[in-house]
Design a binder for this molecule. Structure first.
Ligand code: HEM
Ligand SMILES: [Cu+2]
Length: 509
């Protein structure tokens, strides 16, 4: 893209390109767009909840409210987190494994172009199923064609992920330069490899569940319909068999990015490369042994619950290994707190809180207090908005000079960092407390008593502060792309690091 910005190319050439850097950037642009419009829905939700009752009427009724948080959640997970990680993977993996492109460039472009189709179905349908689409509501009551559009949107996004994952695996394992052993590749390569393998194992189960949901809606089957002898809880097993591993699919690419940022900006090698690899592999395996921790309240036997509790706890050491590795890498380093590093460290702090809350959920007796309460909303957002989004934003700033040949405004980026760090902490730490005070998740209104009112207000003000940070972010990216100072390309952050040749460009196919 350095070349693109310096020598602009016609739009159609980029749109029809199969070159990995072009496709990678298309993913990044699309996912950033999704992040911004999904964020607008979040602001609507939080603004509505600033006061109980009808005092604020930004969302007219509870049906619309359900549609808004359904599309917000679906959009953020499947159109922001997943495509952004694929975009950076597309851009960097061929460079990191020293091959000219992805293994199958055309398939790669096809996988990308499925995403706008899925996106259109999800946004135009505006379903109210929640991102879990639990039956019986999703099969008996949820209005069509919105629910059908949601089902097919997710189907298409799932197929796109699988195609992308196959391409990554083949590129990394088969196209890697023969002089480059796998154990010498960047930990970001490992993170992409592990994520791709998890996608291939996890997604088909949900893909099957989606078809079953669809035929149940048509009334020709009753897999999950109690009136036809079906079992709605069976859906939850299929759903979480895919989506607990999927939370690691969201997480691991961000962890890979942290491994790129932290050593560079600490000006020290990674403390332990091997333990990073080991923790990735471990997380990928144990990630498949914990899905039913989302279902403690469904009447499973004590033995079953215990098995899943232990399975979940097994993942904690793997996450902790990453955190120790990052801290040990920073320890004694000459840390440069430029924006990429600030977002990495901020993400690390939020990750720590998130993990602590996760352990409470995992302890099955305590989960009866937190389950389906606002606590859960706070918990998973500390991961997805905390660690994952922070690592992504840090990584965007890190790649910015290599992609555009220009420097972003460091001061604006740091203002953004502090707004977002304070804002995100205010929103989601408070939501844990709201949950403990008994506010359920997914409600359009709440009982007008203290401390619910004040807690909701803190959470909402945090959301506005975060939005101000996001606005600065967008402004910084656009303004700096157009008129930022030219970057010193050999070492834009003055950290004396050996960079990959990000500007390398093989001839077009
Ligand atoms: C130390 C790691 C983690 C532990 C121990 C943990 C544990 C849990 C548990 C037990 C629940 C169920 C709460 C309930 O509904 O009652 C839960 C919910 C959730 N977790 Fe985590 N989690 C961890 C990491 C993550 C990560 C990395 C992500 C995402 C990147 C994540 C995303 C979610 C989501 C989305 C839910 C809500 C599911 C729902 O809709 O009910 N978790 N977590
Ligand atoms: Cu889970």
């Amino acid at each position: 893209m350095v070349l693109e910005v310096k020598k602009p190319r016609p739009m159609w050439e980029i749109l029809f390109s199969t070159h990995h850097t072009d496709v990678g950037l298309l993913y990044v642009y699309l996912s950033l767009t999704a992040f911004i419009i999904g964020g607008a829905l979040a602001i609507a939700i939080r603004t509505e909840l600033f006061l109980p009752g009808d005092a604020i009427n930004i969302i007219p009724d509870s049906n619309t409210f359900h549609r808004i948080f359904t599309v917000h959640g679906t959009n953020m997970l499947f159109l922001w987190l997943i495509p952004f990680a694929s975009g950076i993977g597309n851009y960097l993996i061929p460079i990191m494994v020293r091959y000219k492109d992805m293994a199958w460039p055309k398939l790669n472009a096809v996988a990308f172009w499925m995403i706008p189709v899925g996106m259109a179905l999800i946004w135009l349908g505006f379903a109210d199923t929640t991102w879990n689409a639990y039956p019986p509501y999703s099969i008996i009551r949820a209005p069509g064609p919105a629910a059908e559009m949601w089902i097919f949107g997710l189907k298409i996004l799932g197929i796109s992920s699988i195609l992308g994952a196959i391409n990554f695996i083949v590129t990394i394992l088969r196209m890697k330069h023969p002089d480059l052993p796998l154990m010498k590749t960047s930990l970001f390569v490992w993170s992409t490899l592990v994520t791709s393998l998890m996608i291939i194992v996890a997604i088909p189960t949900f893909a099957a569940a989606l078809i079953m949901l669809y035929t149940d809606r048509l009334g020709v089957s009753g897999f999950f319909n109690p009136a036809m002898g079906g079992d709605p809880i069976a859906y939850q097993h299929l759903f979480w068999f895919t989506f607990h591993p999927e939370v690691y699919i969201f997480l691991i690419p961000a962890v890979g990015m942290m491994y790129e940022l932290i050593p560079k900006f600490s000006r020290k090698p990674i403390f332990s490369y091997q333990s990073g690899v080991a923790a990735f592999v471990l997380l990928a395996i144990v990630g498949f042994a914990s899905w039913a921790h989302h279902m403690y309240a469904t009447g499973m036997s004590f033995t079953e619950k215990t098995v899943f509790m232990v399975g979940t706890l097994a993942a904690v050491p793997a996450s902790a290994m990453h955190v120790f590795n990052w801290i040990a890498t920073m320890w004694g380093g000459r840390i440069k707190f430029a924006a990429p590093m600030s977002f990495a460290v901020g993400g690390l702090v939020l990750f720590f809180y998130a993990g602590a809350g996760g352990i409470v959920n995992t302890a099955m007796p305590l989960d009866f207090l937190t389950h389906d309460s606002y606590w859960v909303v706070g918990h998973f957002h500390l991961f997805v908005m905390g660690l994952v989004t922070f690592a992504f934003i840090g990584f965007i700033y890190y790649m910015f000079p290599f992609i555009t040949g220009r420097m972003y405004s460091e001061r604006a980026a740091m203002v953004q960092f502090w707004l977002m760090f304070v804002g995100v902490s205010m929103i989601f730490l408070t939501q844990h407390v709201l949950g403990l005070y008994g506010q359920p998740r997914r409600v359009f209104d709440y009982v007008p008593v203290q401390p619910l009112i004040i807690m909701n207000q803190i959470s909402t003000v945090g959301a506005w502060i975060t939005a101000a940070g996001a606005a600065i972010f967008v402004w910084n990216l656009i303004k700096s792309t157009v008129s930022g100072k030219p970057a010193k390309m050999d070492d834009p952050f003055a950290i004396g690091e050996q960079y990959y040749d990000y500007t390398r460009r093989e001839p077009h196919h």
